[in-house]
Design a protein around this ligand. Structure first.
Ligand SMILES: NC(=O)c1ccc[n+]([C@@H]2O[C@H](COP(=O)([O-])OP(=O)(O)OC[C@H]3O[C@@H](n4cnc5c(N)ncnc54)[C@H](OP(=O)(O)O)[C@@H]3O)[C@@H](O)[C@H]2O)c1
Length: 260
């Protein structure tokens, strides 16, 4: 095919090539479970080498093994608690250079039945701080043109039981994303995904009946009439990693929940 007739979406086109994860290295902090695990598997399928980080060694290795089996790419696992300085130092030493970093650090902001604003504020403080320190520690390891994708949330609205703290918490992650996006530009991009309630192992401490009840309550409030499949949420992380003119943004993956 002559250059003149080559389709504009050809992977030889440098702009289109930047939208690919093929041959990239992706660090997934929180990759041993839930959204992070799915992101790690999807990145491997898209041709990226993945480094899976979680607290639990067996779970991290299991995800890395699964990712490695899906494609010809390399997948490795690290069991590190990145909430303290020593853990972050160990992480930085272990990873080498990467192209993209995903973080699902955060835990539960609200837990349905107990609107304890103080407890929520403490979780928020930790969630924002852990993500800020992670970005600061790892940014020098990220290659030019790379990105961070953090995790916010869209699980409460102002005025709802325990709504205030949760809304504030997610706003603070969005503010962190905007601030880091400006500080790290033009070298790196920083974005976030804001899922609404999704059935993941985050709810492992609740009974099956409780999880069904939580899901049904959310389904009734979500304009699309259902909660997300983990894979639908993972797509947004890959979209943000590969959309190289988007920075400082938080994408709600919530079936319209935050609109009503
Ligand atoms: N699921 C929802 O309904 C929902 C809704 C809105 C927002 N979110 C947000 O989504 C994020 C993750 O949710 P998820 O549902 O995927 O949860 P999850 O299944 O519990 O996954 C959490 C992951 O983070 C890892 N992790 C936690 N603390 C860590 C630390 N200090 N150092 C290293 N790794 C650590 C866990 O490792 P181990 O598994 O090894 O312990 C696990 O891989 C959170 O930020 C949460 O606020 C969730």
């Amino acid at each position: 095919m002559s250059a003149a007739t080559k389709p504009p979406s050809s992977y030889e086109d440098p702009v289109v090539a930047r939208h690919s994860l093929d041959g990239r290295r992706v660090l997934v902090v929180g990759g041993s479970s839930g959204f992070g695990r799915q992101v790690a598997l999807d990145c491997a399928l898209a041709g990226a080498d993945v480094i899976v980080v979680g607290l639990d060694s067996a779970k991290s290795h299991a995800t890395a093994q699964e990712a490695g089996a899906l494609s010809r790419t390399k997948a490795s696992a690290l069991a590190i608690d990145v909430s303290d300085q020593r853990g972050r130092d160990t992480l930085v030493e272990a990873i080498g250079e990467v192209d993209h970093v995903v973080s699902t650090l955060g835990g539960r902001l609200g837990d349905g039945d107990s609107p304890d604003e103080d407890a929520i504020r403490e979780v928020v403080r930790r969630k924002v701080e852990q993500n800020r320190l992670l970005v600061d520690a790892v940014a020098p390891q990220v290659r030019d043109g790379g990105s961070f994708v953090l995790t916010a949330g869209a699980t409460r609205r102002p005025g709802e039981a325990d709504g205030h703290g949760v809304v504030e918490g997610n706003d603070e992650i969005q503010a962190l994303v905007r601030q880091k996006a400006v500080l790290l530009a033009p070298r790196l991009r920083v974005n976030a995904v804001a899922p609404t309630w999704t059935q993941t192992p985050l709810w492992r401490h609740r009974s099956d009946a409780d999880v069904v009840r939580m899901r049904e309550e959310m389904e009734a409030q979500i304009p699309l009439g259902r909660t997300a499949d983990i894979r639908e949420v993972a797509r947004a992380y890959l979209f943000l990693m590969t959309s190289d003119f988007i920075t400082g943004q938080t994408i709600a993956v919530d079936g319209g929940y935050s609109l009503t």
